[in-house]
Ligand binder design. Structure first.
Ligand SMILES: [Fe+2]
Ligand SMILES: [Fe+2]
Length: 261
């Protein structure tokens, strides 16, 4: 059993130091790794990146992150990434990483992702160059996710997890206004999940969405935006069957500590 803690949209600012640390300090008792699903800062400044780094340094479990749109706001995403890196956090963008957790190879594939919308309601690579660029960027993110998941399969990972900021499915957006769905995620990310294969996909970004969803091929999707889960982090249990294959049993969720947002 692999216990995956996850949270996104913690939106820490200059005065946030210490707000999540008490909950994160107990995380190792409940989980084997922590996934951060982007929007870790409010405005993506280097200073805010240092605050995030201070909250997640030295937790005693591996921490893997993607950035969110807020983390790009000040054009200092490289500085935010560097601060997290110094704190021992693996920041993924179109890449995968393999963790050894008690002898089980756990792969995490991550990309921020981007928008565009969902089946029948999506933008396309047509018309103005700005519109083409928009969808091509989403496609590049999705391609990175697909390739990373494929790489993790070839690396014999017993458990594979996809980590994004933007949503791959509309299920986990329920509660958000329909008008903004195209800015909350893209079906291209779900296609990548279904083609690459994953035991669990976690994302954030949709603060007013819903925790549980699923892709067309049955990949479980969880919106872990902190306002959605209502606590410092959610924990999902992924069974690992004998022989190293990831289980196809249900993903069970357990409450983490009380959170703040
Ligand atoms: Fe957010
Ligand atoms: Fe966001």
């Amino acid at each position: 059993m692999i216990r995956v803690a996850a949270v996104g949209d913690i939106h820490l600012g200059p005065g946030s130091a210490g707000t999540l640390r008490p909950a994160f300090d107990t995380l190792h008792e409940q989980a084997d790794l922590l996934l951060l699903a982007g929007d870790l800062t409010r405005h993506g400044t280097a200073e805010e990146g240092e605050v995030v780094a201070g909250e997640v340094a030295g937790l005693g479990v591996p921490v893997v992150a993607v950035l969110g749109n807020h983390d790009y706001q000040s054009d200092q995403e490289a500085e935010v990434t560097a601060a997290l890196d110094r704190a021992g956090v693996t920041v993924l963008e179109g890449e995968g990483t393999v963790l050894d957790i008690g002898g089980v190879r756990v792969g995490v594939a991550g990309t921020k992702g981007f928008g565009g919308g969902f089946a029948g309601r999506s933008g396309g690579e047509f018309g103005e160059p700005e519109m083409k660029d928009f969808i091509r960027y989403t496609r590049r993110c999705a391609d990175g996710l697909r390739k990373s998941l494929t790489m993790l399969r070839e690396a014999d990972c017993a458990v594979r997890i996809a980590l994004t900021h933007y949503a791959p499915v509309p299920d986990t957006l329920a509660g958000e206004p329909l008008e903004i769905y195209p800015f909350l995620g893209s079906y291209l990310l779900a296609e990548a999940l279904d083609e690459g294969g994953a035991d669990l996909a976690v994302h954030g970004h949709a603060h007013h969405g819903t925790e549980h969803g699923m892709t067309g091929e049955g990949v479980r999707v969880r919106n872990v935006a902190q306002p959605v889960i209502g606590r410092a982090f959610a924990v999902y249990h992924l069974p690992v069957h004998a022989g190293g294959a990831a289980g196809d049993g249900g993903v069970t969720a357990r409450a983490g500590a009380v959170g703040a947002h």
